[in-house]
Design a binder for this molecule. Structure first.
Ligand code: A2P
Length: 304
């Protein structure tokens, strides 16, 4: 299995990264970052809205691995979509992480909310109409500043990407979406590959809500390989050419998640059959007007 995934601009992204969402109990995250980097993790996945980048930045400084050996990803929040706010959003992220540049900056979601809203929950009237391409063009302008090596998107469906790609000067390098055996995104992954967009799977273990690791078939495959269900889920995604960013604050599990099992083609095919299109993260559960974000059949994307 590839250790790195080559992006459409020639940059190499380590295929296994550390997720940092909801790893924010004070002090625990700093220790987790240090343990992970010492175990060999180089790719760290962050986001402004996770509210923990200062702790991550401090820990990365203390761990003492040269910047060029790390692969740091972050995402700006939906309240910074107005084009005039995008460069400042990157500067804020760099300040928090104490870095001069990011390896990859992602647009966290394909919709905007009003600039004054800085929290993870908001109300429907806070959603605003900023065309995705206006935000994306502002991101394209950041590449020549040297403050970011690659740019990409997150939570983008095929319908939005299809409209976006012909208008891009820089095609997104990455689309980061929820992928685990219960939400396999087969069509989207195929489309991204065909379009030269690498895919990173978030919640690759299903998080705490989706019961992937208790799936009987996943458990059966794990036993056959003298591995764990987590290793099966991660190995399955990696074998599909998808980067993974499992989150753990536990040293044993951090170590375990770096080591794959080699699945047979039959096992890959059988895991392909347990998809339930079951997502942990779906904004349409709270905001009806965002149904198009994932349920593209239900509504025309209004913002390109
Ligand atoms: P913990 O931090 O105690 O290890 P995801 O990355 O899909 O969101 O999943 C994260 C969840 O999975 C966390 O609750 C994490 O708990 C748990 N987890 C991470 N790695 C493993 C593993 N190898 N085996 C079992 N649970 C794991």
């Amino acid at each position: 299995m590839a250790k790195n995934i080559e992006l459409n601009n020639g940059e190499l992204m380590p295929a296994i990264g550390l997720g940092t969402w909801r790893a924010d109990e004070s002090g625990v995250l700093a220790q987790t970052i240090k343990t992970a980097v010492n175990l060999g993790y180089r790719h760290i996945d962050c986001a402004k809205i996770y509210g923990n980048q200062e702790e991550i930045g401090k820990a990365l400084k203390e761990v003492g691995v040269p910047r060029k050996d790390l692969y740091i990803v972050s995402k700006f929040y939906q309240n910074k979509h107005r084009p005039e706010l995008v460069a400042g959003a990157l500067d804020e992220i760099l300040d928090e992480l104490q870095l001069d540049y990011l390896d990859l900056l992602l647009m966290h979601w394909p919709y905007a909310i009003k600039p004054e809203i800085g929290t993870i929950t908001f109300s429907s009237i806070d959603i605003e109409d900023v065309p995705i391409m206006d935000t994306w063009r502002a991101m394209e302008d950041l590449v020549s500043t040297g403050k970011v090596r690659s740019i990409g998107v997150s939570n983008f469906n095929q319908a939005v990407l299809e409209k976006m790609i012909p208008q891009c000067r820089i095609v997104p390098a990455v689309n980061q979406v929820e992928i685990h055996p219960y939400n396999q995104e087969k069509e989207l992954v195929k489309f991204c590959k065909k379009s030269g967009i690498a895919v990173t799977g978030y919640c690759p273990l299903g998080g705490t809500k989706i019961n992937v690791m208790n799936d009987n078939f996943i458990k059966h495959v794990a036993e056959a390989h003298i591995g764990t269900p987590a290793q099966v889920a991660l190995s399955w995604a990696l074998a599909r050419g998808i980067a993974v960013i499992p989150k753990s604050t536990n040293e044993i599990r951090l170590k375990q998640n770096l080591h794959q099992v080699t699945l047979t083609s039959d096992e890959m095919r059988m895991i392909g059959k347990i998809d339930k299109h079951e997502r942990k993260v779906d904004p349409a559960r709270e905001y009806k007007e965002l149904e198009w974000v994932f349920h593209e059949d239900k509504m025309e994307c209004p913002v390109i």
